[in-house]
Ligand binder design. Structure first.
Ligand code: NDP
Ligand code: 8X3
Length: 254
């Protein structure tokens, strides 16, 4: 029997990369996406060597609908039987009061976290609907459950992911497609370096005084969700470090 196929967006780093590794370990074949092509190539080689995993690399910017369409249209026929879509690619850009926010940051977040997720889902859902089978996992955030100071537009994009997850679950119900949201708190990845526009000191500061989550912790939850029996849908999982109660309350030892 053919191995299952998972498409993981944003697999060049952090949660997406850890998820690709753990799915390969569970015998999935993988379609991995991102803008940094060399990283995708390195990961594909690693997965082949360690797990004998067949991998297809799709190198595109998820904000560009034409690039998304071209990449998915170019998939070989037998790779269109995608069992699992992990909508992970995303970012925060900036952490300023809304009146100081940069338009470019806002547009990057809206275009990636909301529109990018929609573009790729629009292309993959028909494959799943045709087979009356599939599982979509959207990576939301604690920021999509509670708004916090200076989180404004990032929080709005993750509230949108929360809403889209619920909406997908309703509309895809009759097509037998499972929809899961995994909503992490603080995970140490490249996330904060991106958010603070490359300022490593500011990024490091986010994870000081406590043990944050690691990308592998979130990958564990994703793999758990997508390996449940066919009649079980893990709908929504909020995961935080033990030292975080919500966006406001922390047990930091500084
Ligand atoms: P990383 O910065 O480590 O990884 C982000 C991934 O998204 C990279 O692979 C990046 O690939 C990809 N990506 C970003 N923009 C684009 C784009 N325009 N086109 C294609 N791919 C893109 O961060 P995380 O692993 O932490 O983030 C993954 C997801 O988890 C995001 O949706 C984030 O919002 C969410 N999240 C993260 C939390 C955290 O604390 N870290 C907490 C809650 C949610 P490349 O740059 O190569 O294109
Ligand atoms: C990332 C977690 O708390 O920085 O989504 O918004 S947080």
């Amino acid at each position: 029997m053919m191995n299952k196929i998972a498409l993981v967006t944003g697999a060049t780093s952090g949660i997406g990369k850890a998820t690709a590794r753990q799915l390969a370990e569970k015998d999935f074949n993988l379609i991995i996406t991102g803008r940094r092509k060399e990283r995708l190539e390195e990961l594909a080689n690693e997965l082949k060597q360690k797990y004998n995993c067949e991998t297809i690399i799709l190198n595109f910017d998820i904000r560009k609908q034409a690039e998304v369409d071209k990449a998915i249209d170019g998939l070989p026929e037998n790779w269109r039987n995608i069992d699992v879509l992990v909508n992970n690619a995303g970012l925060a850009a900036g952490a300023d009061p809304i009146y100081d926010g940069l338009l470019d940051d806002w547009e990057r977040m809206i275009d990636t976290n909301i529109k990018g997720l929609l573009y790729i889902s629009k292309k993959v859902m028909p494959f799943m609907m045709k087979r009356k089978s599939g599982h979509i996992v959207n990576i939301g955030s604690i920021a999509g459950k509670q708004v916090y100071p200076n989180g404004n537009v990032y929080c709005a994009t993750k509230f949108a992911v929360d809403a889209l997850t619920k909406a997908m679950r309703i509309d895809l119900l009759k097509h037998n497609i499972r929809v899961t949201q995994i909503a992490p708190g603080a995970v140490e990845t490249e996330f904060s370096i991106v958010r603070y526009h490359g300022d490593k000191d500011k990024a490091d500061n986010v994870y000081k005084g406590y043990t944050p989550l690691f990308a592998e912790d979130i990958a564990n939850a994703i793999v758990f969700a997508v390996t449940r029996p066919a009649h079980v849908n893990i709908a929504d999982v909020l995961i935080m470090p033990t030292a975080q109660a919500n966006p406001y309350y922390w047990n930091k030892k500084l």
